[in-house]
Design a protein around this ligand. Structure first.
Ligand code: PEP
Length: 252
């Protein structure tokens, strides 16, 4: 059975102290009142990972980085490798977020290297895909997302694909307050699951958790999560407020 997952993406926000406080608040709220069958992941900056892993209940909260290096180690000043992420106790790595693709020029070639590193370390990639507004307006979002996946995760054998979580995040909905409609989100996630069924098989497609991300909030999470192909959310802004994040977790 695929998992229900609510993952926060804190982006470049909070000091270590603020991040630990936020993590502790989420931890406490989730332990006392969080939906028990939802996997909760906190995607924090690299600098925070060790402290946050120490601050939360490892049985209940998973910790994620938001990126990692494409190379295992060496002369790559400023980079943080997947093995370094693993050494903090984090268990997930967000890869291919549209902000990294856009501002740091991450390509499918780079992302394939990063996927290899993350999978070799036994970490779980949360692999992001999604189209820009112009592509949605042209009606070619399915072709665009298919190509993003064909060039990267669909090159993996099924045993490795099964280790991934996929997050569909339309760029026009990220941080804009404009959420994809429940139907738009369901249609794309169903399309992605169909691609997996065709390329691999139906069992593999049914096992993989696919998340929606883009202005997900306490007010729209219930509708989104009620859809048959939406297995949870990747949450940006609303993950920075513990009560809002809890409300999204409890939208299941
Ligand atoms: C994100 O950046 O992954 C995201 C979904 O952001 P927001 O929820 O703020 O739109």
């Amino acid at each position: 059975m695929r998992k229900k997952i609510v993952a926060g993406n804190w982006k470049c926000n909070t000091t270590v102290k603020e991040g630990v406080e936020l993590a502790k608040s989420v931890n406490e709220l989730v332990l006392t009142s969080g939906a028990k069958d939802v996997v909760v992941v906190l995607g924090a900056p690299f600098t925070h990972l060790t402290s946050i892993v120490e601050a939360v209940d490892a049985d209940r909260i998973d910790v994620s980085s938001q990126n990692c290096a494409a190379e295992p180690k060496g002369a790559f000043t400023g980079e943080v490798s997947a093995s370094m992420v693993k050494s903090t106790g984090a268990t997930y790595v967000i890869l291919g977020h549209s902000e990294r693709r856009e501002y740091y020029h991450e390509t499918s070639v780079t992302l394939n290297k990063k996927l290899t590193q993350v999978l070799e370390q036994g970490l779980t990639p949360i692999y992001c895909c999604g189209e820009a507004l112009a592509i949605r307006e042209a009606g070619t979002q399915n072709e665009y997302v298919k190509q993003q996946l064909d060039e990267t995760i669909f090159l993996l054998p099924s045993e490795q694909l099964l280790k991934l979580v996929i997050a569909y995040e339309p760029i026009w909905a990220i941080g804009t307050g404009v959420t994809a409609s429940t139907q738009q989100a369901q249609d794309m996630l169903s399309f992605i699951r169909g691609l997996i069924a065709n390329k691999y098989n139906k069992e593999v497609a049914e096992e993989i958790s696919i998340l929606y991300g883009g202005s997900c909030s306490p007010s729209n999470a219930k509708d989104l999560f009620s859809q048959p192909d939406i297995d949870g959310g990747l949450i940006g802004g609303a993950s920075l407020k513990a009560p809002d994040f809890l409300a999204i977790i409890n939208a299941y």
